[in-house]
Write a new protein. Structure first.
Length: 174
């Protein structure tokens, strides 16, 4: 799959469904992997910056128009789904993780327990600052901002600015 918008050093490897529009740019050393039970639908004019990774062995991800994925950000296993709205910006080093290991059964190694997955929804015009972490089950409302280094464990309302570990409301945008 070599075409104009995909840099020759980028890796796009898929066994499942992948839709990458001609207007989307995948820059050097970015990696996209979609397993046979995975699905990826990138919107028009998305940009995946150098060193960013998207890994969907199983599950799905869909983005809107003009979404950017900063250098070194990681989208990891959105098994219950990941939706990202139009004009959203994912900063460098951000981790969006859609799955956790189970741990409820003592005496059974966590690696062998059923995984826990929950959908992640990122609204339109959302800005996720560098190094932030978004965990399973989180919804980021339209126009919200996640501060650099924040760990988001619960929903963020539209227009809210959150920061810290765990992320807490800092203010509401006017």
């Amino acid at each position: 799959m070599i075409r104009k918008g995909i840099h020759p050093s980028a890796v796009v490897d898929h066994l499942g469904f992948v839709l990458i529009p001609e207007s989307t740019i995948i820059e050097p050393l970015a990696v996209v992997f979609v397993g046979e039970r995975g699905r990826l639908h990138l919107g028009e004019m998305n940009t995946i910056y150098p060193g960013a990774t998207i890994r969907i062995d199983q599950g799905w991800m869909e983005t809107g128009r003009e979404v950017s994925f900063g250098s070194g950000c990681h989208i990891y296993e959105p098994r219950a789904g990941l939706t990202i709205g139009d004009h959203s910006m994912i900063g460098g080093g951000v981790l969006i993780c859609g799955v956790n290991h189970g741990y409820a059964i003592r005496g059974v190694p966590m690696r062998e327990q059923p995984f826990e997955a929950a959908p992640i929804v990122i609204g339109h015009d959302v800005w996720i600052g560098m190094g932030a972490i978004i965990l399973p089950g989180v919804t980021l409302g339209d126009g919200s901002i996640v501060g650099a280094g924040a760990v988001v464990t619960s929903d963020v309302p539209s227009g809210a600015v959150v920061s810290g570990v765990p992320a807490r409301l800092a203010k509401i945008r006017k």
